[in-house]
Write a protein that binds this ligand. Structure first.
Ligand SMILES: C[S@@+](CC[C@H](N)C(=O)[O-])C[C@H]1O[C@@H](n2cnc3c(N)ncnc32)[C@H](O)[C@@H]1O
Length: 273
């Protein structure tokens, strides 16, 4: 079977697989490094207290909950996702954290949003564009629904930089590539944004990169490997036994303090001209 990005094809997955993705999204959001990367760009959005915010590809709504908990944001936000189970989980989690009255979650496709043009002050795509079918169409929709002068925030990994240490460097590299290709429809899209944004009437305001690195112990990359290695196996990109051996080696490295993994993440903040 060819590689099929689980987030792109989430609606084809069974309940167990969807529950696994929900758990992954929630554990990632609680990871202190990852939470810090969200916080870093939200702090620079210059949000008016009553800003109208949209997050496309909101998943379980973790980013919007973090926004709602910020002292400098008193507005309301909408999250859109293509997966009903994610939307329902997002509403449940928001209620549980007592921010449900300020956050609304609805089903929708990021390629054709059901909102009039210029409806929002800020539109966020937090680890969405690497997964979508047509990134340019999604970026075009972000540009359409944000008001002139409003801000678009795009955050995602550059998964061509994703790497886990493995003693056999040649297989380790193949596994890095297989992980990127089975998990992300567009593993290299974040390199294209400086070229694509101006074509859509979006003027780059700020952009930066952060390396997420875990050495010795693992948290973020533990859940990444445990969640996505089954998709590498299913895609048949590498021999199953070799993939299992790789995972066994990673678990061993995590338990004996010799673990290493890294990936670059990029943030682009652009204004609608
Ligand atoms: C990696 S998750 C990120 C979720 C959330 N932004 C977060 O950071 O926790 C990617 C999300 O994009 C959603 N998605 C992928 N393609 C989509 C599309 N065409 N329209 C709407 N949502 C989409 C998936 O269902 C999934 O929830």
């Amino acid at each position: 079977m060819a590689a099929r990005d689980p987030h792109r094809f989430v609606n084809e997955l069974d309940e167990t697989a969807i529950d696994g993705l929900i758990a992954r999204l929630e554990s990632r959001a609680q990871d202190s490094v990852f939470a810090g990367l969200l916080d870093k760009y939200v702090a620079r959005l210059d949000l008016p207290p009553s800003a109208r915010v949209l997050e496309i590809g909101c998943g379980t709504g973790a980013a919007l909950r973090a926004l709602a908990h910020r002292g400098d944001f008193a507005g309301k936000a909408i999250g859109v996702d293509q997966c009903r189970a994610f939307i329902e989980a997002a509403a449940r989690f928001a209620d549980a954290e007592r921010v449900g009255d300020r956050l609304k979650f609805q089903l929708g496709d990021a390629h054709c949003l059901d909102f009039p043009s210029a409806s929002f002050d800020v539109v966020i795509a937090h680890t969405l564009v690497s997964h979508v079918t047509a990134p340019l169409a999604v970026l075009g929709e972000m540009a359409r629904v944000v008001r002139p002068g409003g801000m678009v925030a795009i955050f995602d990994g550059d998964y061509a930089s994703l790497t886990y240490a493995f003693p056999d460097h040649s297989f380790g590299h193949k596994m890095d590539v297989a992980l990127a290709n089975s998990t992300f429809n567009n593993p290299r899209i974040m390199r294209d944004l400086p070229r694509l944004l101006p074509e859509l009437g979006l003027k780059l305001a700020e952009a930066w990169g952060d390396a997420v690195v875990e050495i010795g112990t693992a948290s973020y990359f533990r859940s990444f490997a445990e969640t996505y290695v089954p998709y590498v196996k299913r895609a048949g990109l590498l021999p199953t036994q070799a993939v299992e051996l790789w995972l066994k080696e990673q678990r061993q490295a995590m338990s004996n303090g010799t673990f290493f993994a890294a990936c670059n993440y990029y943030t682009y903040l652009a204004r609608r001209v």
